[in-house]
Write a protein that binds this ligand. Structure first.
Ligand SMILES: NC(=O)c1ccc[n+]([C@@H]2O[C@H](COP(=O)([O-])OP(=O)(O)OC[C@H]3O[C@@H](n4cnc5c(N)ncnc54)[C@H](OP(=O)(O)O)[C@@H]3O)[C@@H](O)[C@H]2O)c1
Length: 259
């Protein structure tokens, strides 16, 4: 996030001095950098720097993911690694759209972290009966879609909880392990397993759709419905410390650089 110093030839819709954020750009750990105009989004002053720096990265991926799930108001979805940046954003965005989202975290302390952000339906998988807790929340309804950011056995657990005809989306693999899936679950539920790669979805998305989604994010952020926690802010002379902090387990929010 910063201010435009110069514009390339033929750039329209942006002006010098305008406050903007840029996403999917390399070489941004610097006082200034060059970004393609289509990756630059104007930021109103009502959005603070810490939010603006994150808004069109993980939250935009999360909103594209929510669209990808094709779920409607009142339906249930389920996700793991829910206290990560994408997970938190997905939970808040789903809530804003009236979609019920069950959030799995791997540590009991994660439940309180999520509650502090106003996120409900959080369940710790450290509890031996966590699957029964999920079923109790959903009641007679069924889970239309699940988002897996963990892989390994976690994939099969989501598939087991998914409703008939549901969709399991592979989003990440925090374990680095291949997804394990029970053939029986996939067959009898007639489930669909799909991959989601944000940058491809983003490139393929029509500009009008992207503008609509960014507008939804800006509105939600401006009315305080999107809290994007920051674990630490480092200067450019502290890049090594920042990188180290970003790899700390259990950190509560993203690590930012402020030149
Ligand atoms: N497909 C796409 O387009 C796309 C786009 C962006 C990101 N991603 C992927 O999405 C995932 C999450 O990204 P993020 O930015 O939200 O990450 P993040 O903010 O760094 O959070 C990581 C989350 O994963 C949890 N976690 C770490 N190791 C785990 C394990 N072995 N088992 C279960 N949970 C584990 C962490 O839990 P603790 O808090 O307990 O440590 C935390 O909730 C990553 O795999 C990333 O590569 C995919």
């Amino acid at each position: 996030t910063g201010v435009i110093d110069a514009l390339g030839e033929g750039v329209e819709g942006l002006k010098i001095g305008q406050r903007v954020s840029a996403a999917s750009v390399h070489g941004t750990w610097a006082e200034s950098f060059i970004a393609p105009a289509r990756m630059v989004i104007p930021m109103p002053d009502s959005i603070d720097d810490n939010t603006a720096a994150q808004l069109i990265a993980m939250p935009l991926s999360a909103l594209m993911l929510l669209e990808f799930l094709q779920v409607q108001e009142g339906q249930w979805i389920l996700q793991n690694a829910a206290n990560g940046a994408v997970g938190k954003a997905l939970a808040m965005l789903a809530k804003a759209r009236g979609v019920h989202c069950i959030n799995l975290v791997r540590r009991d302390a994660g439940v309180a972290e999520m509650a502090e952000l106003g996120i409900d339906h959080t369940i710790s998988t450290a509890q031996s009966d966590w699957m029964a807790q999920v079923q109790a929340k959903v009641g007679k309804a069924s889970i239309a879609a699940a988002v897996d950011s963990v892989g390994g056995r976690a994939s099969s657990e989501l598939m087991t909880l998914l409703g008939d005809g549901g969709t399991l989306v592979s989003f990440g693999s925090m374990t680095g392990e291949p997804m394990q899936l029970s053939s029986g679950d996939v067959i009898f539920k007639q489930a669909t397993v799909k991959g989601f790669w944000g940058s491809k979805v983003s490139q393929a998305m029509a500009p009008d759709d992207k503008r609509r989604l960014v507008g939804e994010l800006l509105q939600l952020a401006a009315r305080g419905g999107l809290s994007l926690p920051v674990d630490g802010v480092f200067g450019l002379d502290q890049v090594a410390d920042a990188a180290k902090a970003s790899l700390e387990p259990g950190r509560n929010g993203k690590v930012l650089l402020r030149p």
